[in-house]
Ligand binder design. Structure first.
Ligand code: NAD
Length: 450
């Protein structure tokens, strides 16, 4: 069944139907209209699945997809132009250029934490680059998955975009097919399975994974702003954000002041939501139980309340956490934030380096030297200086991890590039024929060396 789906899409791409900019813009416009037409349904679905509230859900799930679509439509003509490159003198008479061509039928596998955004954002890139796509949303957010599949079926013929609903088994069955490209967003563990499956057919792929993203607060940081921005970045979506600050490293000289401000801002932003039941839920019982056990991994200075029945955990700040405790072994992916102190920059560098490359890193500092030190000496996917999360919403920045936090990147032009094969072309003249390549000997070698 999936074989037929993939083949129908491949035939469609190879017929040349998706080549023109006008065709691609038409598909992107259809996607935009679909988001508008089904907005209410999508917002209700993420509310049922995760208790996400309308304003936050629009901003974090739908708004940035609109932004990506508009940016792609406005930039597409420029992106699709062949790129002229230099040609060495040894190739005199020829011209060189790079053509971006679609891969064909692309498989997009999405997670549950931002189920709308993380299904449609990659789709924007796939369509802009002239591909057709099969999308598989997450089974853990079933109302959203069904709304996505319904909207796609009502908008696109299946040879252009198709939706398949299902769990790991369905995803694995899809991965058994030789798709032309795989775009996966999800956990590190499943990323490894996807890579193994891709290896079987040598399918090019992007893996958008996770990890433990630190926020470093230096002694000269504007503590109030740092605390406010870290609290927002961490507890939005109940910490179920791949680039949420996973833990804080604060210079010991400002720890107490910072901690007080972090508590105050967290309380101010999220206490009402926790009390009136509008705080985002933990996605399921399995994740709730995992997070619940982290609550006793340190001293609770704020939060710590929970409701198993409603899968709610209040925004929680922990101190006195051991680096060897369970909470520091894996990405937390929930509303619990451990705060550590550091004495020297080298200690902070050592701590971050002791864990796999994070997806994001945030440095709060007024000194350029500290900003440079942490952003240039540490390996991570991307990040912010004096902010959290905001880099993800700039379509001019590539977004992706490094090694364990991901392979490849997307957003804006980077999405177009990710979903296009870059064909290197050389056009030779037939007006004359340079004799050099046919001549073997010392003179020819000397000319090449020079
Ligand atoms: P997950 O890996 O469990 O699932 C992601 C998708 O993979 C789902 O559609 C699921 O059905 C599918 N899947 C599950 N098992 C599979 C298998 N054996 N073979 C093939 N596919 C399979 O991840 P999740 O729990 O949905 O999402 C949370 C993780 O995703 C976190 O680690 C988070 O950091 C990461 N994430 C990363 C980004 C990013 O942009 N880098 C964004 C959001 C989430």
């Amino acid at each position: 069944m999936y074989e037929t789906l993939k083949s129908v899409q491949q035939e469609y791409v190879f017929s040349g139907a998706t080549k023109s900019a006008s065709f691609r813009k038409k598909q992107l416009t259809k996607l935009k209209n679909m988001l508008i037409q089904h907005e209410e349904e999508f917002l209700q679905a993420v509310n049922k699945d995760l208790n996400k509230q309308e304003t936050e859900a629009f901003m974090m799930e739908i708004g940035n997809v609109h932004q990506e679509i508009t940016h792609a439509i406005d930039s597409l003509d420029e992106w699709m132009e062949p790129v002229k490159v230099k040609t060495p003198v040894s190739h005199t008479g020829s011209k060189s250029y790079i053509l971006s061509e679609p891969y064909g039928s692309v498989l997009i596998i999405a997670p549950w934490n931002y189920p709308i955004q993380l299904t449609f954002s990659p789709l924007v890139g796939a369509l802009a680059a002239g591909n057709c796509a099969v999308v598989k949303p997450s089974e853990l957010t079933p109302h959203t998955s069904s709304a996505i599949a319904g909207a796609i079926r009502a908008t696109f013929p299946q040879e252009i975009v198709s939706a398949v609903e299902g769990d790991a088994k369905t995803a694995e069955a899809l991965l058994d097919q030789p798709f032309d490209y795989i775009f996966f967003t999800g956990s590190v563990a499943v990323g490894k399975i996807v890579m193994e499956k891709a290896a079987k057919h040598l399918t090019p792929h992007t893996l958008e994974l996770g990890g433990k993203s630190p926020a470093i607060v230096t002694e000269d940081a504007k503590l109030d702003l740092a605390a406010k921005r870290i609290a927002w970045g961490k507890f939005t979506n109940a910490g179920q954000t791949c680039i949420a600050p996973d833990y804080v490293l604060v210079h010991e000289s400002v720890h107490d002041k910072f901690l007080k401000k972090l508590q105050d801002h967290t309380y101010e932003m999220f206490a009402d939501k926790t009390k009136n039941g509008t705080f985002t839920q933990i996605v399921n019982e399995k994740h709730f139980n995992r997070l619940y056990h982290y609550l006793d991994n340190g001293h609770v200075v704020l939060g710590g309340q929970y409701s198993k029945e409603n899968r709610l955990i209040s925004p929680t700040i922990l101190t006195n956490v051991s680096w060897n405790s369970p909470i520091m072994q894996d990405e937390i992916f929930g509303p619990i934030l451990p705060v550590f102190t550091y004495k020297s920059s080298s200690e902070a560098l050592m701590r971050v380096r002791s864990l796999p490359n994070p997806l994001a890193l945030y440095v709060f500092s007024e000194r350029e030297a500290s900003q440079q030190l942490f952003t240039e000496q540490l390996s991570f996917g991307g990040g912010c200086i004096n902010d959290t999360l905001m880099h993800v919403a700039n379509p001019y920045l590539p977004f992706g991890g490094k090694g364990p936090s991901g392979i490849g990147a997307y957003h804006g032009f980077e999405s177009f590039r990710t979903f296009s094969h870059q064909k290197g072309m050389l056009k030779q003249t037939t007006k004359f024929d340079m004799p050099l390549r046919y001549k073997q000997g010392k003179l020819a070698n000397k000319m090449i060396r020079n």
